[in-house]
Write a protein of this length. Structure first.
Length: 640
């Protein structure tokens, strides 16, 4: 074999090479074909796995488990095969093979044969439990009983699993999770209490009971369990790290940091504790300390892409371009990002992912697809003219951006993202995620420096007729600067959305001579009424378009205004694309790396002015800073 050989995804090169050589050396060895089939199946090489399994069956047709393996392959792929026949053959060879019966239940259920399902379940749960597999078998049998409608019997099996003296901690989590699926929160809380009686330091049971019991004093149960763990094993770094994770989730950041530091002190090479400490100090705004921890975590475990992604994210936040963008490519495998399309090892399209612009011919089409959120797509698209120049391109994007991107001439062809993808995407010979464009821009730069080049701006062209229509309507507001306002951000990932209370904008509302326009999407009527009632601020809201849906209209409106004030949302990306100055109100920990930390300016958003909260500051303090800047810009007197 040469160095260019490929291996099944999920299997290691060493295991694949040894097994394959063994098959070549001894083509009649059953065990080798069985192992080869397993490697191929893990690596999603279904056809090759099927051939290996069939060869193993020919070598040893009386081996019951190989027939189960064949059935498993056929059940989980679209390959032609008869899993029911394979399973029945397996049971003829070994009538007490529990795994064959459990898979046969799946087959009967898919066929809608309820009578056979119940008969097979009853046969399976009567089998003796294999030594060393009590927890797993009891949990599986509980699930089968629940499938047959015997919830009481299922609960009995789960209780038996919990009471096993040698029950492993990871299986306790599976048992409690099974209880929740079978009988709901009440059953899982019941089992969690039983676990806590036997193992007072079990964090999994304490967490489950805290989350499902509904008691006001339930949350301290988990904290108390963690404290008992630390007292029982004060020298165990794993326990200190686990306690830190739990305490951080409870909002006890100071105590959590001490736990992480103790874990690292006890075991400096424990990469996960080093990383957790870095994430915690990063979230508290201490980026220099976070960078050190992330870098150390990457040294300890270079292959962990979660560590690499967070290290790159932190580097970008403080303005380090090329190295940060290189590590940012780990986002696809980090598990921390949400996007309709994806790159990495399993890209969304069939074309090869481009890793060097020199590898694509000028006359061939490059498919560039938008990723992440709407604001991200708007920002990344600005790099296309700088990076790709005259290269023939097709840009796939959110349907709301198609008209804007076409008018702005960002690609030869702009198509809406849909399922299945537009047929024009198949004509491309290579693909590129839009989030990789900044890295290509940095690689093309002849300057060798740690800091990045300023991001391109002024690349969006609004609809001129809409701009003219908005300006005509805004002229009716009278003399004075017209300011657009946006104060909420809706993120696709749970827990990332945020808002500045409308009352926190009071320093802006108190400035004389300003006129306000609503740019905020969503239901804002109550907030507009609060601004009018408490501060006398009239905020004009255009009811003839939805800012969340009609991005082309929102872009034209932003272009019509004298100035924009917004939190970190899509409005900022629109202003950046227009080259329009925007004051951005930021929270203490801003997840987006484009808002350069603790700086009034950002290389990634050069037309924006950033306003960070000072220590102990609130949103009102941030808007006071913005109000002061407006006074200087517009010559407004009397700001307090």
């Amino acid at each position: 074999m040469t160095s260019t050989e490929t291996f099944p995804k999920g299997s290691t090169p060493t295991s694949w090479r040894i097994t394959n050589k063994g098959v070549l050396a001894a083509p009649d060895r059953f065990a080798l074909y069985s192992r080869l089939a397993s490697n191929l199946r893990v690596g999603r090489e279904a056809n090759a796995a099927d051939r290996a399994i069939r060869r193993a069956v020919c070598i040893r047709p009386a081996e019951a488990r190989i027939h189960v393996n064949a059935a498993n392959l056929w059940l989980t792929t679209k390959l032609a095969g008869n899993p029911e026949r394979a399973l029945k053959r397996s049971l003829c060879l070994d009538p007490g093979l529990y795994v064959a019966l459990s898979r046969l239940v799946i087959v009967h259920k898919a066929r809608g044969d309820d009578t056979s399902v119940k008969r097979t379940i009853l046969r399976a749960i009567c089998l003796p439990i294999e030594p060393g597999e009590q927890s797993r078998d009891l949990t599986d049998r509980a699930a089968l009983l629940a499938e047959a409608g015997d919830v009481v019997g299922a609960l009995k099996r789960l209780r038996s699993a919990v009471l096993l003296p040698n029950a492993r901690a990871d299986w306790l989590a599976n048992i409690i999770d099974s209880a929740r699926q079978i009988g709901g929160p009440a059953m899982s809380a019941n089992l969690a209490r039983a676990v806590l009686c036997l193992r007072p330091t079990d964090l999994i049971a304490a967490r489950e009971l805290a989350e499902t019991s509904g008691r006001d004093d339930a949350a301290p149960l988990e904290i108390a369990a963690a404290e008992r763990q630390r007292l029982a094993s004060p020298g165990d770094p794993v326990i200190w790290n686990g306690a830190g994770v739990m305490l951080e989730r409870k909002g006890m950041h100071g105590t959590a940091e001490r736990c992480f530091r103790r874990s690292v002190l006890l075991k400096p090479a424990m990469s996960v504790a080093v990383f957790n400490l870095g994430a915690l100090v990063r979230n508290s705004g201490r980026f220099a300390a976070a960078l050190r921890q992330f870098q150390q975590a990457c040294v300890l475990q270079p292959s962990e892409e979660l560590f690499a992604y967070n290290h790159g994210h932190a580097l970008l936040t403080v303005g380090y371009g090329r190295r940060g963008l290189e590590l940012y490519e780990s986002r696809w495998e980090s598990g921390e990002w949400t996007s309709v399309r994806r790159g990495g090892r399993n890209p969304s399209f069939e074309q090869p992912l481009l890793d060097d612009l020199k590898k694509i011919e000028p006359r061939k089409t490059l498919l560039v697809w938008g990723e992440q959120g709407l604001g991200d797509e708007l920002w990344f698209a600005g790099y296309m003219p700088r990076v790709l120049g005259d290269q023939k391109t097709t840009l796939e994007c959110d349907p709301r951006l198609v008209d804007l991107f076409r008018r702005s001439g960002l690609a030869d062809e702009v198509v809406a993202r849909q399922e299945p993808a537009a047929t024009t995407t198949s004509r491309a010979t290579a693909q590129l995620a839009a989030g990789s464009l900044p890295l290509f821009a940095e690689r093309a730069s002849t300057l060798e420096r740690p800091g990045a080049r300023p991001a391109p701006t002024g690349y969006l062209i609004p609809d001129p007729s809409r701009v003219q229509a908005f300006r005509k309507k805004l002229s009716a507001l009278g003399e004075g600067p017209v300011i657009g306002l946006s104060w909420r951000s809706q993120k696709p990932r749970q827990g990332r959305s945020f808002a500045a209370p409308i009352v926190s904008l009071s320093p802006i509302f108190k400035l004389p001579g300003l006129r306000f326009v609503n740019l905020q999407y969503g239901d804002v009527q109550n907030e507009l009424e609060t601004a009018r009632r408490e501060f006398g601020a009239e905020i004009l809201s255009f009811e003839d378009f939805d800012p969340f849906v009609d991005i082309d209209a929102l872009t034209a409106l932003c272009a019509s205004l004298d100035h924009v004030i917004s939190v970190a949302n899509v409005t900022v990306s629109i202003c950046h694309g227009l080259g329009k100055t925007c004051d951005v109100a930021l929270k203490k920990h801003q997840e987006d790396w484009r808002f350069q930390r603790d700086s009034g300016r950002s290389l990634w958003l050069p037309s924006c002015r950033l306003h960070w909260p000072r220590l102990g500051d609130s949103w009102s303090g941030v808007y006071s800073d913005i109000a002061a800047r407006l006074c200087r810009t517009w010559g407004i007197a009397g700001h307090q």
